[in-house]
Design a protein around this ligand. Structure first.
Ligand SMILES: Cc1ncc(COP(=O)(O)O)c(C=O)c1O
Length: 446
């Protein structure tokens, strides 16, 4: 049977978009014009755009028109299966959370900035770590939303949490310095440690946190310069350390004179977590976070809180790496912090994360998973007979990108597990994608 005119036009536009003939951001004809050009009814033209929208190829906004969707972020696969993954593959490998209305938020902010008084100031380079009035806004935000009270002079603005981790370690540690890390930890920290020649010393994990006896023994046996830790929503195993564990961690750091690097990138997702380490041990804690997971990963806005004695070296490291942040980004992020947008967004993102976890719990019930009801990811341990690489490749062949355990492992013992980031795809797609994942695992020949 011949395809209908609507199906033919959908196929032809989809091919043009996928091949780049229609580049990201290209403006497509109005419904009326499309109908006239192809001799179809306006209702049929609307159907064409509706189908392209469902396929994730175009975005449309009432009154503004229809545009080719920019799918570039989804193509930055880092899973070892790049060659097998198309731009349309479902992304469970990264967390790029976003809520409907992000475009409107940005448009309104750009208008607000355009109408603001001293716009030319945003063409000036700001000092490394940011201007004091904007660092003060971040300090107020930390006080209001996290209960973290800090001197704005100890707050430095950075290009995301990764930049915060990289610059603080560069500024405060040296090559071959020993850093204690969890046996499973955030891959970005492994990456920067390798480039900076830091010596990572893994600490075994207990079910609910690091084995603190093992950490204490490690610190007794050799000089450990710093402990890298994610006390609230550990990536990938979602620990939230209790108050006693935090006190004990601080006590170990104090007895052995170690810096504590507290990565709080996901901490805002847990409302009732015990106090941050930076409030327990401000004189030895580097607290790192960003708006990447709560507002927009493309904003590249983060902040670090450092002990006063470390401020000079951290500032120098920021200056050496990038001088400072783009002034426009800083202005947008701090305005969103000051006017309550970030707090509202965090609340909405938190509900969204919980909805995604509920779906994951239903679809993956019975599989060996580790997750927190508020986290953005699931750690999925594979049955004994299944090998992580073969499953990841099979999933890539079925259009699903995942992260493998080896990216997180700091020991030679790599568990056969996958990390599933739940937040990069529209909520409606999550259930079918997880069902496909489960089906692939269950049917895999052993
Ligand atoms: C634990 C952890 N820390 C830091 C980062 C980096 O965040 P950003 O995008 O703000 O650089 C990530 C990103 O996934 C993360 O998972």
């Amino acid at each position: 049977m011949d395809p209908s005119p609507v199906a033919r036009l959908v196929d032809s536009l989809a091919a043009d978009i996928r091949q780049g003939v229609l580049p990201p951001g290209a403006s497509l004809p109005t419904h009326r014009r499309l109908a006239a050009c192809h001799g179809i009814a306006i209702a049929s033209a609307s159907k064409v755009y509706a189908q392209l929208k469902v396929m994730g190829l175009v975005v449309g906004e009432t009154g503004r028109g229809t545009f080719v969707r920019d799918r570039a972020p989804q193509r930055d696969w880092d899973s070892g299966d790049e060659a097998r993954l198309s731009a349309e593959a479902a992304d469970l490998s990264f967390n790029h959370p976003s809520l409907p209305g992000q475009g409107e938020l940005l448009r309104a902010m750009l208008r607000e900035l355009a109408a603001s008084g001293d716009l030319a100031a945003l063409m000036h380079q700001q000092p490394p770590g940011g201007r004091l009035h904007e660092r003060r806004i971040v300090a107020d935000f930390l006080a209001d939303t996290r209960g973290i009270l800090v001197d704005p002079a100890c707050v430095f603005l950075v290009n995301g949490a990764q930049h915060g981790l990289d610059t603080t370690t560069r500024g405060l540690l040296g090559p071959r310095d020993a850093v204690a890390v969890d046996a499973l930890t955030y891959p970005g920290f492994k990456m920067l440690a390798a480039l900076q020649n830091l010596a990572l010393h893994p600490v075994a994990g207990a079910p609910d946190g690091p084995d603190l006896d093992a950490l204490d023994t490690l610190c007794r046996r050799r000089r450990i310069a710093a402990i890298y830790t994610m006390p609230t929503l550990h990536n990938p195993v979602a620990w939230v350390l209790g108050a006693d564990q935090r006190r004990r961690l601080v006590d170990i750091a104090q007895r052995h004179d170690c810096l504590l690097i507290e990565d709080a990138s996901y901490a805002w997702l847990v409302q009732d977590a015990p106090p941050a380490l930076v409030t327990l041990a401000p004189a030895r804690t580097i607290h790192v976070s960003s708006l990447s997971k709560s507002l927009a990963s493309g904003l590249r806005f983060g902040f670090v809180v450092v002990p006063p004695a470390c401020a000079g070296r951290v500032k120098a490291a920021i200056r050496a790496s990038c001088w400072s942040l783009p002034s426009v980004t800083t202005a947008m992020a701090t305005r969103w912090m000051a006017d309550g947008t970030v707090a509202r967004q965090e609340a909405a993102m938190g509900h969204d994360a919980q909805a995604r976890q509920r779906i994951a719990a239903e679809v993956l019930a019975g599989l060996d998973r580790v997750a927190h009801p508020s986290s953005l990811f699931v750690w999925l341990r594979l049955p004994e007979a299944l090998r992580m690489d073969r499953i990841a490749t099979a999933l890539a062949d079925r259009g699903i990108a995942v992260s493998r355990a080896e990216a997180y492992a700091t020991t030679r013992h790599v568990p056969h597990a996958l990390r599933l980031g739940l937040s990069s795809m529209p909520l409606a797609q999550l259930r079918p994608v997880l069902a496909r994942l489960r089906d692939t695992i269950e049917r895999f020949p052993v």
